[in-house]
Ligand binder design. Structure first.
Ligand code: UTP
Length: 234
């Protein structure tokens, strides 16, 4: 069976607690689990950002503010793991090596952040190395990788496929523009480069897009691979 690591943005899974995509994602992940092993790393979304900005306004240092962000990622992870019921391992992995151990159960493994000064994108890329994933999927709120932030630059060009080096060049350029938010963090991109892990960035606002990508169907996204080969569908 193939293995997927999924980086699922908090803003995609839980746009708000009142209106969330948790049960839709739980049913899509159950279907995908019939054909591949799944490890999911959940982000913190808007709730994490709110906690972090309140922490900063109280003079709390950056590392402790990150700890609050991590706590929110783990809360979101617990909501998804709970909704998956017996399809998921009954615990939220606190480290990548714990996720590997939980994976021996052959159930869906769910985790959040692990340590300050990074994001869950980086966690998911490192986890993809640990489990020798066939694909790393980043389900986010844009439909692929653009030359610039499409929410800010109307001339941004979307790529169907690019190499890890091309991705890193885009992220490096993006970081020069103050306030812009790269589609994937630089640590994750570097890990994808060093291990040549196929990365697919797709629009996760509709869980059906993930299902089509993995099981075969139409979807919009960008693939990152040294030979620009798309590993999907699995
Ligand atoms: P996210 O990975 O959710 O960051 O972690 P994000 O860029 O806001 O992603 P989306 O919006 O969910 O897609 C939220 C915050 O938690 C802390 C960081 O402060 C991060 O900004 N965090 C997360 C860590 O410090 N370490 C981790 O391993 C994960």
């Amino acid at each position: 069976m193939k293995t997927m690591v999924l980086s699922l943005g908090g803003s995609v899974l839980v746009p708000s607690l009142e209106s969330n995509n948790i049960s839709r994602y739980a049913s899509v992940l159950r279907e995908i689990a019939r054909v591949c092993r799944i490890y999911v790393v959940i982000g913190g979304g808007g709730e994490a950002r709110r906690y972090i900005s309140t922490a900063r306004s109280l003079g709390i240092d950056e590392a402790r503010s990150d700890d609050l962000g991590i706590a929110v990622t783990r809360l979101n992870a617990a909501l998804l793991a709970g909704a998956l019921q017996e399809a998921a391992y009954p615990g939220i992995a606190a480290t990548c090596s714990e996720a590997v151990r939980f994976g021996e159960s052959e159930k869906i493994v769910v985790m959040g952040g692990v340590a300050p000064a990074q994001t869950t994108d980086a966690v998911s890329a490192v986890l993809a190395e640990y489990v020798h994933a066939d694909v790393l999927v980043n389900a986010t709120s844009v439909d692929g990788i653009y030359s610039a932030d499409p929410k800010k630059d109307p001339n941004a060009v979307r790529y169907e496929a690019l190499t890890p080096e091309e991705l890193i060049a885009i992220i490096a350029g993006d970081r020069l523009n103050a306030g812009s938010n790269a589609v994937i963090d630089i640590v994750a991109a570097k890990v994808v480069q060093r291990s040549a892990i196929p990365l697919v960035v797709l629009d996760g606002r509709d869980p059906e897009n993930l299902k089509s990508a993995i099981l075969g169907g139409t979807y919009r996204g960008s693939v990152v691979h040294p030979e620009k080969q798309n590993p999907l569908p699995l």
